[in-house]
Design a protein around this ligand. Structure first.
Ligand code: DX5
Length: 238
């Protein structure tokens, strides 16, 4: 008898996606900020989980995800910047993750952990730090639903976009076609704003994680979302 799935994940949204990263949101009013971004067209949010080991910062965990889940029907993308991610997959799936992304640099059994994520009923993503070559994920491309190319070294919001990471997006795009897995979206994360999103899009990215450029700009959340959609020449969904 197969184990009941911990999560019945929402189908992964397609097309050009602006995914606000709640790391930059005001946690005192997190639900309201998420709903404000949804009113401006957001349908996908990234939840950054940091353990103070894999990255030099500590952020949030399962309780925040579990609190957020009931207030939004949007796609919740959990980015695990933690060591030994396999040990935490069922907890995040149970708390409402739709996508769980783990780092190739952190997993001791990458294919095994990716199977664990799918087995829990979530979409599986694999992330690469800026210094990690694209080839590091070639062997698991057939086991993922998304590839995350970090455009900053993970650990903090508000950092500067690393241009050198852009070539890797192109390499992964080519790898995808070679392996007949063209449907797997390439996500970028770190220093993404109206100035840098078009650069990543031209290389092949379609999902744009944005923290400070959504939640920390004086113009406010709605205008900031619109500026991002405009920079990618796509109509806002709001
Ligand atoms: C950093 C996180 C990012 C971060 C992005 O390690 O993975 O999601 O929140 O923030 P900005 O968009 O401000 O660079």
């Amino acid at each position: 008898m197969t184990e009941p799935k911990l999560r019945n994940a929402i189908p992964m949204p397609e097309g050009i996606i602006i995914a606000p990263s709640i790391l930059a949101a005001d946690y005192a009013r997190l639900g309201a900020e998420v709903q404000e971004a949804e009113a401006a067209g957001a349908i996908w949010f990234q939840v950054d989980v940091m353990d103070g080991h894999f990255v030099p910062n500590i952020s949030i965990g399962v309780p925040v995800l579990a609190s957020l889940r009931p207030v939004t029907s949007s796609f919740l993308d959990v980015h695990l910047m933690i060591e030994n991610p396999g040990a935490f997959i069922s907890a995040f799936a149970g708390a409402g993750a739709d996508l769980i992304t783990i780092h190739v640099e952190a997993s001791r059994d990458l294919r095994g952990d990716l199977h664990l994520i799918r087995g829990a009923g979530c979409h599986a993503g694999v992330a690469l730090n800026p210094a990690t070559p694209a080839e590091a994920i070639y062997e698991v491309l057939d086991t993922v639903d998304l590839v995350l190319v970090m455009t900053v070294n993970p650990g903090f919001g508000g950092q500067t976009f690393i241009e050198e990471a852009v070539d890797k997006i192109g390499t992964i795009r080519d790898m995808r076609s070679e392996t007949g897995l063209a449907e797997i979206p390439i996500q970028v994360d770190g220093g993404i704003g109206p100035e840098t999103a078009p650069i990543a899009a031209a290389a092949g990215a379609s999902v744009f994680v944005a923290g400070s450029s959504v939640f920390r700009r004086p113009a406010g959340i709605a205008a900031s979302m619109r500026a991002l959609y405009d920079s990618l020449s796509v109509p806002s969904r709001g």
